[in-house]
Design a binder for this molecule. Structure first.
Ligand code: SF4
Ligand code: MG
Length: 334
């Protein structure tokens, strides 16, 4: 498979203005030097607690916020080198679905009008065919033809998310970024929408970047998973390795908090102390050191790079100085 998206050394800092001249006095380092790739047809998830930088990463890829630094290669094009007009054109290939589709749709338009408008902006379907195409898309996502002329408020949350998905699909995208796209839905509806996303992926050869705080959801949908903490990637692996052989103490703690399908793998719940520190002045060295049960002196000064140990598959990397010692039991929780 081909690399569809390649994010290199992405940084997203948001300036904090202050003082008498309104100078930038500091930065929120929401994303701080992350790199990863997404292959065509793959579903890669970014998981982490709120404030870890996962949504910021999605927005930066689409240039909804202009990245501070780094490179974003999409389909062999450098997105950050495109001017506004070129980027607007490119946007049909990269769509985003948010948690609440209501926030991004016009409540005074019927759902068929919402889809027609999306096609009009990008001018991709001849005007006379747009209504027909919109209705087909609504049917593809599980809605019925007679619902096409209804307004968003007449739909349930799950149905509205289907409209949001149909709107994204109306532009024939290659990559769909789903930012907490099923988080607001009831468990049973959530499973239906996830299954719909999987079906659409096969039908339309879609690639997904799936952003979620919910490891249960991520387990359902992902091929590979990126774990973020405080603006950094701490672990990246295919789904099976991540769930069965997590190597970073933060990933271990996250996984210990969700129910396991296989009771043999049941581990004790790891309770982390304290809260996630502020991204304004993130801790030196390993950003997780203020909460890590295994913290050593080195962790407070040296930044751990992503790397692979002998216990990991080639596709698996973690950013911790002491993965070997933790794995062997030589290092015990403090
Ligand atoms: Fe914990 Fe140190 Fe590893 Fe960071 S580098 S996760 S503080 S052991
Ligand atoms: Mg978010």
């Amino acid at each position: 498979a081909k690399v569809l998206l390649k994010v290199e050394n992405l940084k997203q800092y948001f300036p904090i203005k202050g003082g008498f001249l309104g100078r930038t006095v500091n930065n929120v380092k929401a994303v701080d030097d992350i790199s990863f790739e997404v292959m065509e047809g793959e579903t890669v998830s970014i998981v982490g607690e709120s404030g870890c930088g996962k949504s910021t990463t999605g927005r930066a890829i689409l240039r909804l916020d202009e990245p501070t630094d780094g490179k974003i290669m999409f389909d062999d094009k450098d997105l950050l080198s495109l001017n506004k007009k070129e980027m607007r054109k490119k946007r049909r290939d990269l769509q985003i679905i948010f948690q609440d589709p209501y926030a991004s749709i016009n409540p005074r338009q019927t759902v068929v009008e919402i889809l027609q408008e999306a096609m009009e902006i990008q001018d991709i379907v001849p005007r006379k065919d747009r209504r027909k195409r919109a209705i087909e898309l609504l049917q593809t996502v599980g809605l019925l033809e007679y619902q096409a002329d209804r307004y968003p408020h007449e739909f349930s949350g799950g149905q509205r998310q289907r409209v949001g998905i149909a709107r994204a699909l109306s532009l024939n995208p290659k990559l769909v970024i789903c930012d907490e796209a099923v988080s607001a839905l009831d468990v049973s509806i959530r499973a239906q929408v996830l299954n719909l996303l999987k079906k659409l992926q096969r039908e339309f050869q879609l690639t997904y970047l799936f952003i979620s705080h919910d490891l249960g959801v991520v387990r359902h949908i992902s091929d590979r998973i990126i774990v973020m903490y405080l603006g950094k990637i701490v672990e990246i692996a295919d789904k099976k390795s991540l769930f069965e052989n997590p190597q970073h103490p933060y990933t271990k703690a996250l996984l210990s908090a969700i129910p396991v399908p296989n009771p043999d793998l049941k581990k004790e719940r790891i309770i982390l102390k304290g809260d996630v520190p502020s991204p304004i002045d993130p801790p030196n060295g390993c950003r997780f050191h203020t909460r890590c049960p295994y913290v050593q002196d080195k962790c407070r000064s040296e930044v751990p790079e992503l790397r692979k140990t002998n216990a990991m598959l080639d596709t698996h990397q973690g950013a911790c100085h002491f993965m070997e010692e933790i794995e062997s039991g030589q290092l015990q929780p403090n």
